[in-house]
Design a binder for this molecule. Structure first.
Ligand code: F6P
Length: 319
């Protein structure tokens, strides 16, 4: 068992701007006191980027050379499937690398939850409820778009928690005519307003070519028209009910972490440091149920989509 003092004796080098930091030599030592105020702050004090070293012919070699030059014994990569996919490649090449799952999208195969996700769900739930309140006052349909370019975790869990009338996710197709029909059905039942949650990555069939990032993912948040705006226009036209669109997008990505995320992250970070002291490499620290576990990085960093069972439950409350 590792003692706190041993952890405090480690030298911690913070790498700035994700993989760009190792390509451009942007790193600095982090002292224990630097963490003091960090627990309740969203975002990252190290900054981040969407730089992909695999796009560069000898990117992995540059990263390895930077680690060696900075005398870094082990690297803890914190991120989603892109960041951890690179970490897995680096580990294959012999570097000592561990991963920690951090993505608002919650779409990593090896863990039940990634940190940041439940904070986003909490915040989104409150904002959906607030939109539902103004929707009820004005007897309007409120369409709210949330992040999730190919995974509907935020949309489904926050929508479920806020009692949304309908939720649309990328994994399970919902035809938009049935959305308008459901709004009309609500009217017949005396419900004069509705709140509809749509994930940004749902394909409503109107978008053309979308710019991609270095990992080849569509930058849906940069689209000319949001899913919310498109859907709101469609619903208003089809039903004749006044409809408004709101895109939450990046607003929920900078909120202070909730208690669950703070505790889970602390446990994961502690476990990762202990794992380094035990000589481990090529693993991702994960949460399975209530337990912090280790899973192979290459497997754990793969994508995970919203499961059919969660969707079945969410769907049963639509209308
Ligand atoms: O990968 C996480 C994510 O939050 C996606 O849900 C979203 O599409 C994307 O990031 C937005 O990226 P950016 O901050 O580069 O616009």
């Amino acid at each position: 068992m590792l003692k706190a003092a041993e952890i405090r004796d480690d030298t911690v080098i913070g790498i700035e701007a994700g993989w760009a930091g190792l390509l451009e030599n942007r790193m600095r030592e982090i002292k224990f006191a630097d963490f003091e105020d960090a627990i309740g702050v969203g975002g990252t004090m190290l900054t981040t980027s969407r730089t992909n070293p695999l796009k560069n012919d000898n990117g992995i070699e540059i990263v390895q050379a930077s680690l060696k030059k900075a005398e870094i014994d082990a690297l803890i990569a914190v991120g989603g499937d892109d960041t951890l996919g690179v970490a897995a490649k680096l580990s294959e090449k012999g570097a000592r690398v561990l991963g920690i799952p951090k993505t608002i999208d919650n779409d990593l195969a090896g863990t039940d939850y990634s940190f940041g996700f439940f904070t986003a769900v909490d915040e989104t739930m409150k904002l959906i409820e607030s939109l539902a309140t103004t929707g009820r006052s004005h007897e309007r349909v409120m369409v709210v778009e949330v992040m999730g370019r190919d995974a509907g975790w935020i949309a489904s869990l926050s929508g479920m928690a806020a009692g949304a009338s309908i939720i649309l996710v990328p994994e399970f197709k919902t035809d938009i005519e049935s959305v308008a029909d459901m709004v009309m059905l609500r009217q017949k039942r005396g419900k004069k307003s509705a709140v509809i949650v749509v994930a940004e990555g749902v394909d409503l069939g109107y978008k053309g070519e979308i710019e991609k990032d270095e990992f080849g993912h569509p930058l849906v948040a940069k689209s000319d028209e949001s899913n919310a705006a498109f859907l709101a226009r469609y619903i208003e036209k089809k039903t004749g009910i006044e409809t408004r669109a709101t895109v939450l997008g990046h607003t929920v990505r900078g909120t202070p972490p909730n208690a669950y995320d703070r505790v889970m992250t602390t446990r994961m970070g502690f476990h990762a440091v202990e794992a380094i002291h035990k000589g481990r490499s090529g693993i991702m620290v994960a949460i399975h149920g209530l337990d912090i576990v280790e899973v192979p990085l290459a497997e754990g960093s793969k994508k995970r989509y919203l499961d059919g069972e969660t969707w079945r439950v969410a769907k049963s409350f639509f209308g």
